[in-house]
Design a protein around this ligand. Structure first.
Ligand code: PMP
Length: 460
């Protein structure tokens, strides 16, 4: 970008160090600056409107301009803008929200509040360590995550994340955090191997890893019900059943990271319910507050809660917590968000409109660039391939998926390119069927233009 003078774009380039961005390239391209938003639409500083096909970062579930959330925040800001939960202090928004979350959850008993998904998953690691120390098992500390899993970016969370950019040059993963295989049948299934056989092989891989490391050294296994940032990977139907049998055999805690799946994204309230997952620990964030304010939580079942409480009694405290754990304004907004989900039957809505996304995208399966269309509810991905037969990906240097995402932007649709040339879709849960059709249509146009571009570059 040239001659931007003192514009917001030039000041952005000068002063903002962007997360997850190519900071060198950013100096040339500059930012996309959003100015305001309404419903599922966001508007940039030039007045161009886009459908927010990613709900921001998989989070703005109720869309923008939800007056009830604004009112809930305002009321709480006036009444008690801040209070903490340390040293047995409490406040009603945290109590009400914890009670509500426990009632909604698949078998959780207590809630520990944090502010981001990463803080919640980091809390899981510490809790698993604390738990096993309490049980007199000081060696049972290893955490098994999965290749392509995403659990955040703080030191332990980024270590559990199984994606190269979160490790390269950050000296991660830390010791005792390892990754087992990714249950993506299209990509990792062997020739002739059915989905169920593949699921059994994934469970065998996990068992082998536990046995090689020593069952007495493995504390927990963490998984997203549907992998999000790793490429929207939906596991085979019996995958979790088989995985859980292995975990039970070796007394390994099962952690469900529901940061994306939680609160209706997959068509059930929690991803756990889609796959019959019975977690010991669960993490939630994002749609918990429809992203209007930051808040996350780790939830634990009674077994974990009891051990942790007893040990804190012995030591004198559970020495973990954030200044803003259970921030009252965030908690009040989250509670109102959960009420809205129920009152407006968000699950009913997601299931009613989901075919516009899922079937709409699957109609593109025959497109020369499309390798796989996957997803359920209001989460989906289209993986682009250079060769449909061999399923070979494009050379990452060609940046095919990012190019497509830029073309979709020109058609007024915000999408996200992920590694392996997968394009993610995760719109606000309140999106209408017509808006989903518009989104799929913008994507289809961008897909054709990307093919034309590849041809013009002599890459097709
Ligand atoms: N877990 C999952 C499954 C996520 O998708 C994310 C964020 N995309 C995180 C954890 C980390 O959340 P945060 O970015 O709020 O730290």
């Amino acid at each position: 970008m040239t001659d931007m003078g003192n514009s917001p774009a030039s000041r952005d380039i000068a002063y903002v160090m962007h997360p997850y961005s190519n900071l060198e390239k950013h100096k040339e391209t500059g930012p996309l600056i959003l100015d305001h938003a309404e419903g599922v639409w966001v508007v940039d500083d030039n007045g161009k409107r886009y459908i927010e096909g990613m709900a921001g970062l998989w989070c703005a579930s109720l869309g923008y301009g939800e007056q009830r959330l604004i009112d809930a925040a305002t009321k709480q800001l006036k009444q008690l803008p801040y209070a903490h939960l340390f040293a047995s202090r409490s406040h009603n928004p945290a109590i009400d929200l914890a009670e509500k979350l426990v009632a909604m959850s698949p078998g959780m008993a207590q809630v520990f509040f944090a502010n981001s998904g990463s803080e919640a998953t980091d809390t899981v690691v510490k809790t698993a360590w604390f738990y096993n120390n309490a049980l007199g098992r000081p060696n049972k500390k290893k955490i098994i995550a999965r290749t392509k899993g995403y659990h955040g970016v703080t030191v332990a969370a980024a270590s559990m994340t199984g994606l190269p950019y979160n490790h390269i040059d950050f000296d991660l993963p830390i010791a005792n955090i390892m990754h087992t295989s990714c249950p993506h049948h299209y990509r990792f299934g062997q020739p002739g191997e059915g989905e169920e056989e593949f699921a059994s092989r994934m469970a065998d891989d996990l068992e082998k890893m536990i046995l090689e490391e020593g069952p007495d050294t493995v504390a927990a296994f963490i998984a997203e019900p549907v992998m999000g940032a790793g490429g929207v990977i939906v596991p085979p139907r019996t995958y979790f059943e088989k995985i859980q049998a292995v975990l039970n055999k070796y007394d390994v805690l099962l952690v469900a990271d529901e940061v994306i799946c939680g609160f209706g994204r997959t068509g059930k309230m929690f991803g756990c319910e889609q796959f019959g997952i019975k977690p010991d620990i669960m993490t939630v964030a994002k749609a918990l507050s429809s992203a209007y304010l930051p808040i996350s939580a780790m939830m634990v079942n009674q077994k974990v809660a009891d051990v942790v409480a007893k040990n804190s009694g012995k030591i004198g405290t559970f020495g973990h917590g954030y200044t803003y754990s259970g921030h009252p304004v965030s908690a009040a907004v989250a509670l109102e968000t959960l009420k809205i989900y129920e009152e407006r039957d968000i699950l009913g809505h997601v299931n009613a409109v989901a075919p516009h996304l899922q079937d709409g995208l699957r109609k593109l399966t025959d497109h020369p660039l499309v390798g796989e269309v996957r997803g359920l509810g209001l989460i989906a991905a289209v993986e682009l391939v250079a060769n449909k037969e061999t399923r070979e990906n494009f050379d990452p240097k060609l940046a095919v998926a990012p190019t497509l995402v830029n073309k979709a932007l020109e058609h007024g649709v915000i999408l996200r390119a992920m590694m392996g040339d997968a394009i993610a879709f995760s719109p606000p849960l309140v999106i209408t069927g017509d808006e989903l059709d518009m989104m799929v249509d913008g994507f289809a146009k961008a897909l054709d233009e990307t093919l034309a571009w590849l041809k013009s570059e002599g890459c097709w």
